[in-house]
Design a protein around this ligand. Structure first.
Ligand code: ADP
Ligand code: MG
Length: 306
């Protein structure tokens, strides 16, 4: 089932001569993760505001796939949460006080409220700072508090606007691991980021925004690439062995490049190498093609940062 379908969406801010978004079409299935990437000013936050019901499209539609009888506003209020780019908590209140305040807006019984606070404290690993004033938290903990507040209502659909910007590696790891867990629990996630590798790791679908227009990236074109440089040119016997693997492999002198589309394929390749006597000089495994695709796309569209 679709979590939402966006059709021919356009959004124009009042008095603005150019639309912030135009011709956007996205269909996201329930339980999937959509990565929205694009430079500053490309329309990512605007799109999340529309998906959160904070802005109304100038034209086009957003339809949520649900079969209860809720009105759109009620559905969004109950099931959708946005983790905004800005901090959305009270700096003078402690972490626990913030959570207690925001959970009181969710309409739970007092027992349920207490349980929800405990769950999000644990999920976002905020227990040890729960009595600290929010304004004294480090950047990473502030991001986690922002996320915890959004999770209080146990949303089915979660939007995150650049949740890892300015975040230390530990908090980033916590946030990304939590997103994976939420996805495994069947939540639908929309996630904006500048970090392509991060987006590719967790997302099922990637949309690149550029000056308000969308480029749709098939993840198949963004396979990982394994490049190995050997100490000597490969023998014919080895070339034969490599070409018998069910992978797309290119060999040139002492260098082998393989397109890898699953962890199993990587292991197959490594298993073959581990049985060989070949000396490896250099090995590189990365999602270069997505980065390359992104840069090419941006260059072709002559983007400037706003
Ligand atoms: P991103 O999140 O990708 O950085 P935004 O959605 O914030 O991009 O902005 C998209 C475009 O809309 C930009 O050109 C920005 O200047 C413009 N914009 C954003 N907010 C407003 C606003 N409140 N009023 C007018 N223009 C805005
Ligand atoms: Mg933004």
């Amino acid at each position: 089932m679709s979590a939402f379908i966006i059709t021919d969406l356009e959004y124009r801010y009042a008095k603005s001569s150019v639309p912030a978004l135009q011709g956007i079409n996205i269909n996201l299935d329930t339980g999937q993760c959509l990565g929205l990437i694009g430079p500053n000013g490309s329309g990512k936050s605007t799109l999340l505001s529309i998906l959160s019901g904070l802005l109304t499209p100038t034209s086009g539609t957003v339809q949520f796939g649900h079969n209860d009888n809720l009105t759109l506003a009620k559905f969004v209020q109950k099931n959708v949460a946005l983790v905004p780019q800005e901090y959305a908590f009270y700096p003078k209140l402690s972490v626990a006080q913030n959570l207690q305040y925001f959970v009181s807006l969710c309409g739970f019984s007092s027992n349920e409220s207490q349980t929800r606070v405990e769950i999000v404290l644990r999920q976002c690993q905020l227990q040890q700072v729960s009595s600290q004033k929010a304004k004294f938290l480090s950047g990473g903990y502030k991001r986690r508090l922002n996320l915890a507040i959004a999770l209080l209502k146990d949303p089915q659909i979660l939007y995150l606007d650049e949740p890892t910007v300015g975040v230390d590696p530990i908090s980033r790891g916590t946030i990304l691991a939590l997103l994976s867990t939420l996805k495994n629990q069947g939540k639908t996630i929309v996630y904006t980021s500048h970090l392509l590798t991060e987006v590719q790791d967790i997302c099922d679908q990637i949309v690149m925004l550029n000056q308000g227009k969308a480029g749709y990236l098939s993840l198949n074109t963004a396979q990982k690439c394994l490049t190995i440089e050997f100490a000597q040119a490969l023998s014919l016997a080895w070339l034969k062995q490599l070409s018998s693997l069910p992978l797309k492999i290119e060999c040139e002198d002492n260098r082998v490049t393989a397109n890898i589309s699953s962890p199993e394929e990587l292991l197959t390749m490594l298993a073959l190498l581990s049985g060989s006597q070949l000396e490896i000089l250099n090995m590189h495994y990365d999602q270069t093609s997505l980065t390359q695709y992104y840069l090419n796309h941006m260059e072709n569209n002559d983007t400037s940062e706003h």
